[in-house]
Design a protein around this ligand. Structure first.
Ligand SMILES: NC(=O)c1ccc[n+]([C@@H]2O[C@H](COP(=O)([O-])OP(=O)(O)OC[C@H]3O[C@@H](n4cnc5c(N)ncnc54)[C@H](OP(=O)(O)O)[C@@H]3O)[C@@H](O)[C@H]2O)c1
Length: 303
């Protein structure tokens, strides 16, 4: 039977696809947006304004809601100036703090928060194979952000609310996110692998990610799950496969690390860090990926 689901970050890459699936499955979507221009009022898709930074929220969004999907957060794909870093971190912790204080103060009967998290919680390593039990960390910006983000989820269980954190890998989508950015230079004949090219990239097809969120909803899964396909690849392989599908040669040597550092600044970590992440826990819970290998995923996504 259809439920009323509250979604934050519903207007983003993952959010739009998730909304589409929720509506197709007969649910009603309430969503919170920081952009007034994005707020629509339709019978099964209702937008509400919030601003986590100044802790304002339209409390009507909670009406009839038992499950919240939390995807909100300022994009990490921007130059990491001090102001951007503050916004990347605080947009995520403030969003959860605002949901918490609203639910706590008004005793809204929310039962579960299913939140995005990220594989950036795992330290850069070319040799480790990360599962959810891994506890190590370092002081890097990405680790700090994701630790604090997941840390904010700990507010909810004392209210009797279940929490789920999905540590999302690189989301592959035709129109937004990493894939079109990687495809662009390859299409124009100046594609090349990044850095050493042997860094591990743990990816997931957007359709599988949406199915995974819906699986967690259906089976009320709690705790931390990696949201990555079972077969991460190294950067060179990703670049080569995209070039193969686009029928373009790779003529240039790898883009050296220092060039990426100079052009992207500190955010080059997104392209250069290596995280080989394991999907076994969600598979053991019964989830079946449609896209286990990268090549069919790319064939599906690249027009
Ligand atoms: N895409 C990936 O490869 C990937 C990988 C790992 C983790 N994730 C995480 O998964 C979540 C969804 O990813 P996505 O790719 O869909 O992100 P996205 O396209 O950047 O969308 C995120 C949404 O968050 C909201 N937002 C932006 N700035 C905000 C702020 N300062 N305060 C509150 N909300 C703000 C926006 O919605 P409104 O403008 O409507 O408020 C935006 O549509 C993100 O938190 C992201 O970090 C994504």
């Amino acid at each position: 039977m259809g439920q009323i689901l509250l979604i934050t970050g519903a207007t983003g890459l993952v959010g739009k696809a998730l909304v589409k699936q929720c509506l197709a499955d007969g649910h009603t979507v309430h969503y919170l947006s920081t952009r007034k221009s994005k707020i629509l009022q339709q019978s099964n898709y209702k937008g509400f304004y919030w601003n986590p930074q100044d802790q304002t929220i339209d409390l009507a969004c909670f009406e009839g809601v038992e499950v919240v999907f939390n995807l909100a957060g300022a994009s990490i794909a921007q130059r990491w100036s001090n102001a951007a870093k503050t916004s990347i971190l605080s947009s995520r912790t403030d969003a959860l703090a605002l949901l918490y204080s609203s639910i706590e103060t008004h005793k809204f009967p929310v039962k579960q928060i299913i939140s995005a998290s990220a594989i950036g919680i795992y330290p850069d390593s070319k040799t480790r194979y990360y599962d959810e039990k891994f506890q190590g960390t370092d002081a890097s910006f990405l680790r700090t952000v994701v630790k604090s983000w997941e840390g904010s989820l700990k507010l909810f269980p004392p209210l009797g609310i279940k929490t789920t954190a999905l540590r999302i890998g690189i989301v592959l989508d035709t129109h937004e996110g990493a894939l079109p950015k990687i495809m662009q230079p390859i299409k124009k004949y100046f594609g090349a692998a990044l850095g050493s090219g042997d860094q591990w990239q743990s990816w997931i097809h957007i359709d599988d990610l949406v199915r995974l969120f819906m699986f967690v909803l259906e089976y009320k899964l709690e705790g931390v799950y990696n949201a990555v396909a079972p077969n991460p690849v190294q950067q060179t392989e990703l670049t080569k496969l995209i070039a193969k599908i686009l029928q373009r040669p790779l003529l240039l040597p790898n883009v050296p690390e220092f060039v990426l550092r100079l052009t992207l600044g500190e955010m080059c970590a997104i392209a250069l860090e290596s995280q080989r992440v394991c999907a076994t826990k969600i598979q053991d819970a019964g989830f079946k990926f449609n896209y286990i290998e990268l090549e069919p995923a790319l064939e599906d996504l690249i027009p």
